[in-house]
Design a protein around this ligand. Structure first.
Ligand SMILES: Nc1ncnc2c1ncn2[C@@H]1O[C@H](COP(=O)(O)OP(=O)(O)O)[C@@H](O)[C@H]1O
Ligand SMILES: [Mg+2]
Length: 387
């Protein structure tokens, strides 16, 4: 997936208040008032409240939250379709919030692609013309824009459809045209606001896969807005959760599931099958008492332990030994560890069957083979029931 650590978009203490006198609302905010109080007393709406975060080059960054939580306001601040009340935004080191109108148009043309929920295709234009439309507005010569439009259509799997018209396409295909149009200028960031929310579930799933593929092939930076947790988890490297204009938590799906910042975040994951995102390494526990080393003689077991996990001097697992077969006999003839290895990054749902089928807690290794701990049936049940 190749996500760099370099920030491509940085948002710093951004506020957006809707209404004629935002200063007054800002003062109230600084004094601790919340969105509801400000609305009740002043009629101003807090769109985004004190947001600071960075999006890394090459990541799919999902912004999630209930309707009205400020997601659309946030992306519109990125391309300055909405002007912030205060704060700054940098794209690729350049301050977006300080640009003149002319510079802003240039940045939108060169660095940003946008895909919205509605397809917004021109009914009388062919797929190819629709795709090239943005470039036409930007003044790109015809030959060049048609070449780039064809290339973008091929990227989204629409080669051969250039001369169709929107009404001849399914919803999914229309949204592919929307995506192709956003790709024609090879944008630094792709902004997608609920782009798949209007699609049927199957088509939606297919488009999510398409986006994951595009990101992997081209290392695109994508900011994707969604109100759907399944979608956010499937496509997001990281997810920002918004509540009432605030970004309440940012993290990987695992981090949000493991340590939700508040009940609002927790509620999103309610009913979500967390075994699909939790990894074996999230659950494995290391009890040093179960590790045994050969040291040239029979392995030593801690009193009461049923099984020992035999490791070599580098900490790599050699096998699992049954404590019953104690003494000199407990050498490699009694190694039980035979199943496919479970690694720290193995998804928990793939571990379930293995844990269930083994009499001993399943050993978990890192990718280098080092023993990192074990998962027992009861640990697994506890983890899953907690979530
Ligand atoms: N132009 C506007 N004028 C006044 N209030 C607005 C405007 N745009 C959005 N809002 C309000 O800002 C809040 C955030 O809206 P929005 O960003 O559209 O949320 P989301 O995309 O998460 O559903 C809501 O309370 C909404 O009513
Ligand atoms: Mg919205």
């Amino acid at each position: 997936m190749s996500v760099s650590n370099e920030a491509i978009l940085s948002v710093s203490t951004i506020f957006k208040i809707f209404g004629p006198h935002p200063e007054r609302a800002m003062d109230m905010l600084r004094n601790g008032a919340d969105k509801n109080e400000i609305f009740d007393k002043t009629g101003h709406v807090v769109g985004v409240f004190d947001a600071s975060f960075s999006v890394k080059r090459g990541e799919i960054f999902v912004i999630m939250g209930l309707s009205g939580s400020g997601k659309s306001t946030m992306v519109r601040l990125f391309n300055r379709l909405i002007e912030p009340t205060s704060g700054s935004i940098h794209l690729n080191g350049r301050e977006i919030t300080g640009l003149s109108d002319k510079q802003l148009l240039e940045v939108r043309r060169k660095d940003m692609g946008m895909v919205f929920q509605s397809f917004a295709l021109m009914p009388h234009m062919s797929v190819l013309e629709n795709t090239a439309f943005g470039l036409e507005i930007s003044g790109v010569p015809e030959k060049e824009r048609l070449r780039r439009a064809r290339e973008a259509l091929a990227q989204v799997g629409l080669a051969g459809q250039e001369h169709s018209y929107p009404h001849q396409l399914s919803g999914g295909m229309q949204q592919r045209v929307g995506l192709a149009r956003a790709l024609t200028n090879d944008p630094t960031i792709l902004l997608m606001d609920e782009a798949f929310s209007a699609l049927d579930p199957l088509i939606r799933h297919e488009m999510q896969g398409e986006l994951i593929r595009l990101q992997a092939e081209q290392q695109r930076t994508i900011i994707f807005i969604s109100h759907d947790i399944e979608e956010a988890i499937r496509i997001g490297h990281r997810i920002a959760i918004m509540e009432g204009g605030r970004v309440v938590q940012i993290g990987t799906p695992q981090e949000l599931i493991n340590q939700p910042a508040n009940d609002y975040v927790r509620t999103f994951f309610k009913g979500f099958d967390s075994s699909r995102v939790l990894k074996a390494g999230d659950v494995a526990q290391l009890d040093p008492g179960i590790i045994c080393r050969l040291n040239g003689k029979a392995p030593q077991f801690r009193a009461g332990a049923d099984y020992g996990y035999l490791v070599d001097e580098r900490g790599h697992l050699l096998g699992v030994v049954d404590a019953e077969a104690s003494g000199a006999a407990a050498d490699d003839r009694h190694r039980l560890h035979e199943q496919a290895p479970v690694y720290t990054d193995t998804p928990l749902d793939e571990v379930l069957n293995i844990v269930a089928s083994l009499p001993y807690p399943v050993p978990v290794l890192d990718r280098a083979g080092a023993f990192k701990g074990t998962i027992s049936k009861s640990q697994l049940l506890q983890t899953l029931s907690r979530h």
